[in-house]
Design a protein around this ligand. Structure first.
Ligand code: ATP
Ligand code: AMO
Length: 463
């Protein structure tokens, strides 16, 4: 048959053409013997008019009994509607000549896509008007993710996520970085700490990689110079938060440096604004779809990314009356608060904090030359929440081993990593970001599960 046309391509410029469409029955209603079927495809909707005079009685009756979410194909003419359309994304309508059902959906669905697509404002309006408005719980959505993914906002979010990865790659490739893939099965933990999934590797104790940290550094020891990876990261987080998953997609970078860890921050300061700008340029429709369900304002960022030292951050918090430990880590509330203070003072929602206390950074982090209580490390924030951690690494094997022991790590499990530095290693550093967090914070969403296709959290292993 004829090639299928995307619903989003149905515009006035092609009035009068005959098109073949595939989509789902979003809903239908019968008005004075005319059946209006809303066809939905990838979050876009178009009104299809099925008239007895054109299709015959049996076709009309067949279409009338199709359940919502059934997959159909149809042939029809692109036409101008009698009245301007408000309920569909497309402004033209289709006069149907033929319609086939490819797959029927159950009549009673565990959630209605129209309900899953409702915005808070829309729900409140319905409640005020005394109309039924189902509020679909997050668990119900996630339990039925293949249905939930069909909403326009979800269709858009995963396109945005794809474009974040494309821009990340594009920028790094243009700067001479090499894309690598590191193993996800490891003998020991890469970040220290307890958040590690243990498993049996043919009789040997093993774990799932908590990050590509050790191997991206060993790639630098292998003279790969500048590398990046987009891959899964496993963390056996035990608490339930809005921003932690047990499996997420890591965006990792590692590079040689010449003089100073600021070279890594320079890269981050150019790379992320590049990504933000590309998303605005390449995903306008998607951003609009997300906003319709989850309103948000575009991220405010400066042409030159703001950098503050950790000590300056602490000072700002103290001046605002917050109690903070100058050698401890910032908790989630303090990070949020600092985000607000930075926004008021510097008019940006994207900034870096560097020179963190050594005590709160992983063992492989390079201490500052002038004061080993501090380290050549940084975190990056969007709207007051962490999206990136990064640092210069220790490339002296003796110091590295000493720091690993001090942090309670069984050095036997990482001996090949430490040995890699015994054969000569250039000064280097890098950073890691979480893809789901980047998209969540770009769109100011309140939960990381919204930006994970099939989220894994402490309680969820299906679907
Ligand atoms: P990562 O743990 O990978 O470094 P993060 O965003 O959790 O990323 P941290 O510096 O570890 O950053 O933690 C910052 C703050 O977030 C902590 O002080 C703590 O308040 C909170 N936090 C971190 N991990 C968890 C967790 N698993 N559950 C609950 N809260 C957490
Ligand atoms: P860190 O542990 O801070 O650093 O992780 C880097 C980034 O990954 C994201 N992230 C998470 N996203 C979702 N769920 C989680 N449980 C989760 N944990 C972390 C955050 C965080 O900023 N090896 C270092 C990076 C480096 O120095 O190169 C590391 O893993 O966005």
């Amino acid at each position: 048959g004829k090639e299928l046309t995307d619903v989003s391509y149905l515009v006035e410029e092609i009035l009068g053409s005959e098109v073949s469409l595939r989509g789902r029955v979003h809903n239908h209603r019968l008005v004075a013997k005319i059946l209006f079927v809303i066809l939905r495809e990838s979050g876009f909707t178009v009104q299809c008019v099925v008239e007895e005079a054109r299709v015959g009685t049996s076709m009309l009756n067949f279409v009338k009994q199709l359940s919502h979410e059934s997959v159909v194909e149809l042939i029809g003419l692109v036409s101008l509607p009698k009245k301007p359309l408000t309920a569909t994304s497309q402004q033209v309508e289709i006069h149907v000549t033929k319609m086939y059902c490819l797959s029927r959906s159950l009549l009673n669905l565990p959630l209605a896509v129209v309900d899953a697509a409702r915005s808070e404002a829309d729900i409140e309006k319905s409640v005020k008007d005394g109309k039924p408005a189902a509020r679909v719980l997050q668990d119900t959505r996630l339990n039925n993710r293949p249905l939930d993914l069909r909403t326009p906002a979800n269709q858009a979010l995963f396109r945005i996520q794809c474009h974040v990865q494309i821009a990340f790659r594009e920028f790094l490739l243009s700067k001479g970085f090499l894309e690598i893939h590191t193993p996800k099965l490891m003998a020991g933990s890469s970040e220290g700490g307890s958040a590690v999934f243990r498993l049996d590797y043919k009789g040997q104790p093993a774990c799932l990689a908590q990050s590509p940290q050790l191997h991206k550094q060993m790639a630098i020891c292998g003279d790969m110079r500048r590398v990046f990876e987009v891959g899964p990261v496993f963390r056996a987080e035990d608490s339930f938060t809005h921003r932690h998953l047990c499996e997420f997609v890591g965006l990792d970078v590692e590079m040689e440096i010449r003089m100073h860890y600021s070279e890594i921050m320079d890269l981050v300061g150019d790379l992320f604004p590049f990504i933000f700008t590309k998303i605005e340029e390449r995903c306008p429709k998607e951003l609009e779809s997300v906003r319709r369900q989850y309103p948000f304002h575009s991220l405010k960022f400066l042409p030159q990314t703001l950098r503050l030292t950790f000590a300056e951050g602490i000072q700002m918090l103290k001046e605002a009356g917050e109690e903070v430990d100058p050698l401890g880590d910032l908790n989630t509330e303090s990070e949020k608060k600092l985000g607000q203070l930075v926004l008021e003072k510097y008019k940006t929602e994207f900034y870096m904090l560097h020179r963190y206390p050594s005590a709160v950074r992983p063992f492989y982090t390079m201490p500052c030359e002038d004061d080993s209580n501090y380290s050549n490390s940084f975190d990056v924030f969007i709207r007051g929440e962490e999206i990136i951690s990064g640092a210069q690494r220790i490339h002296d094997p003796e110091l590295l081993e000493k720091r690993a022991r001090e942090c309670g790590i069984d050095v036997k499990t990482i001996s090949t990593y430490i040995d890699a530095f015994r054969y000569g290693a250039p000064p280097h550093g890098g950073f890691g970001a979480g893809l789901e967090r980047v998209v969540m914070l770009l769109c100011a969403l309140n939960n990381i599960r919204k930006t994970s296709l099939f989220p894994r959290d402490p309680k969820r292993l299906a679907p």
